[in-house]
Design a protein around this ligand. Structure first.
Ligand code: CO
Length: 301
């Protein structure tokens, strides 16, 4: 993988900004705080620091594993006992960051949070050029089970490429016997999810606040056309939150209706909220690394 100095510098910059945004979001996750306020402040922080968002801030609570971002006018607040996954990434010129952590507001799920953290540390210690992705998965699974938990089998890490957050190789959270090898220079997000649920898998829910642009097609409804025009001018490249389009049409109803029409017509892809199938509590830890000859360098720091 050939990269010039400028690109290497940008990758490091985006990683650092992703980490700063993560810590900023974390500091605002408190009982009684509004999810919408945390999301808006974090995304604003990234924009004001000269970056975009690789995807909207995800704030997934308890058995929600991923892909919840507040809706427009969302009045949800964090509860005293919530276990909150904070997942965010910066973007600049197509270079994308991705990192996540879990905040245990109850202070009663410390073991679950520690388990995902240790899964991540152990996984990172395995990363180097030539290692098979299933070796990393096995390490994650063994660590989770040692703690008495299950890894989430249908979520995992992924290679990150320009404008493509989930690209190329998939890094499982269990031994899936995939002998694909990591290569020097690859940018990879490692993200173990662990749960105290019986199933250890996620299902798609009906809630969907995150979409990605696929391509244009003819559409007649005037409001849907306005929403599409906004997406095509500002949100074409990375996944976006429905609430980012609040200003395009008059009402919440019209906005969600338009989004649905565009999705039905194949112009958008949906990223529905993912919930653990047995309603177990979920903890996630994630960093983005660059694979080196004999290890890796954490980029989101
Ligand atoms: Co990720």
């Amino acid at each position: 993988m050939e990269r010039d100095e400028k690109e290497m510098k940008l990758i490091a910059e985006v990683g650092a900004a992703s980490y700063k945004a993560l810590i900023k979001a974390k500091s605002m996750v408190k009982p009684g705080a509004k999810l919408l306020d945390v999301a808006e402040a974090t995304e604003k922080y990234l924009r004001e620091s000269g970056f975009g968002c690789a995807f909207p801030l995800n704030l997934s609570v308890n058995s929600e594993a991923a892909h919840y971002t507040p809706s427009m006018m969302d009045d949800k607040v964090f509860g005293e006992k919530d276990i909150v996954k904070v997942d965010i990434g910066a973007s600049k010129d197509g270079i994308l960051g991705d990192n996540a952590l879990t905040v245990d507001l109850s202070q009663q799920n410390g073991k679950l949070v520690e388990a995902s953290q240790e899964c991540l540390r152990n996984a990172i210690s395995r990363v180097k050029a030539g290692v098979m992705v299933s070796d990393i998965g096995r390490e994650i699974e063994n660590t989770a089970r040692r703690h008495g938990f299950k890894p989430i089998m249908n979520l995992g890490g992924h290679e990150v490429k320009t404008h493509e957050l989930h690209a190329g190789i998939f890094v499982p959270n269990y031994d899936n016997h995939d002998d694909t090898q990591l290569e020097e220079g690859m940018v990879v997000a490692i993200e173990p999810f662990v749960t105290d649920g019986k199933r250890g898998e996620v299902l798609e829910s009906d809630v969907c606040e995150i979409f990605g642009y696929v391509g244009s097609a003819p559409i007649r409804a005037p409001e849907a056309r306005k929403v599409l025009a906004e997406i095509e001018s500002n949100n074409e490249d990375e996944p976006f939150a429905v609430r980012w389009l609040t200003h395009t049409v008059g009402s919440k109803f019209a906005l969600y209706k338009s989004i649905k029409e565009l999705a039905m017509a194949g112009m958008l892809t949906a990223y529905p909220m993912l919930v653990e199938a047995s309603n177990g509590m979920v903890s996630q830890s994630e960093v983005e690394v660059m694979v080196t000859k004999d290890g890796c360098e954490v980029l989101t720091k």
